[in-house]
Design a binder for this molecule. Structure first.
Ligand SMILES: Nc1nc2c(c(=O)[nH]1)N[C@H]1C(S)=C(S)[C@@H](COP(=O)(O)O)O[C@H]1N2
Ligand SMILES: [Mo]
Length: 201
C-alpha cells in the first residue's frame, strides 16, 4: 500500500475555502447527479490511460498499478451547478500531477473521458499543481459506484460537472474541445466564484 500524504494543497489553493460561492446553498447529504446509468466495470477490466494529441496511449495503469501510485488525502468544498455545495468533503486519490508527470506534451487542454461516454474539457493548467485528483475513496470508504467509483476526477475549484465520474482517462488536446455538458449550453470553464453556469455567463 502506498504511503498517504496529506495534501493540504487542495484546501490552500481553493479560493474562499469554507465559504459558499454566489447562488449556492449548503447540503449535508450527497446528491447523485448522473446523465445516464451507472456503468458496471469489473476492476480486472478497468484501466486508466493518458492519450496524447495524436491519439497514442502514452501512459496506462491497471487497477493494481493505479492503487500503487502515491496517494494523497484532501479535504475540499464541492459546488454543483444545480446550486448545492458541500463543504469539507474528504477524499483519497492520486494527484493529476502524478498521472501526467513525465509526459511531454505541448497540449494546453485536456478532455477527461469516462465509462458510459461522458466527457468534460479543462485547461491543462487547471488540473496541475495540486488542483485535481483521481479519487477512489470518500470519507474513508471506497467510492460508491453512483458517485463515480471505482475512480473519478476531482476538480473542486470548478463546478462539479468537471469532476468526471467513472474516469477512464485523460486525453491531451491542443485545441479546446467542449465535453458533454459544455456542448449543450453549460459554461466552457465553470468557475463557481464567478457564477459561470451557462454560455454567456
Ligand atoms: N461520468 C459522469 N460524470 C459526471 C456526471 C455524469 O453524468 N457522468 N455528472 C456530473 C455532474 S453534473 C455532477 S454535479 C457530479 C455529480 O457527482 P455526484 O453524483 O457524486 O454528486 O458529477 C459530474 N460527473
Ligand atoms: Mo452538476
Amino acid at each position: 500500500m502506498p504511503v498517504v500524504s496529506r495534501g493540504f494543497r487542495g484546501r490552500r489553493r481553493q479560493p474562499g475555502a469554507g465559504l459558499v460561492p454566489p447562488g449556492q446553498y449548503l447540503v449535508d447529504d450527497f446528491p447523485v447527479l448522473s446523465a445516464g446509468p451507472t456503468p458496471d466495470v469489473a476492476l480486472k477490466d478497468w484501466d486508466l490511460t493518458v492519450v496524447d494529441e495524436s491519439g497514442a496511449v502514452v501512459a496506462r495503469w491497471d487497477w493494481g498499478e493505479f492503487r500503487g501510485l502515491p496517494a494523497e488525502e484532501v479535504t475540499v468544498d464541492i459546488h454543483c451547478v444545480t446550486k448545492w455545495s458541500k463543504l469539507g468533503t474528504r477524499w483519497q486519490g492520486v494527484s493529476v500531477d502524478t498521472i501526467l508527470g513525465g509526459i511531454d506534451a505541448a497540449a494546453e487542454f485536456v478532455v477527461a473521458f469516462s465509462d458510459g461516454g461522458y466527457t468534460t474539457n479543462l485547461p491543462l493548467a487547471d488540473v496541475l499543481e495540486g488542483q485535481a485528483w483521481v479519487a477512489y475513496r470518500f470519507e474513508d470508504e471506497d467510492l460508491e459506484p453512483e458517485h463515480g467509483g471505482p475512480a473519478r476526477l476531482l476538480v473542486p475549484h470548478l463546478y462539479f460537472w468537471k469532476s468526471a465520474k467513472w474516469l477512464r482517462g485523460l486525453r491531451l488536446t491542443s485545441e479546446d474541445e467542449p465535453g458533454f455538458w459544455e456542448s449543450v449550453g453549460y459554461h466552457n470553464y465553470g468557475d463557481p466564484w464567478r457564477e459561470q453556469r451557462y454560455w454567456g455567463d
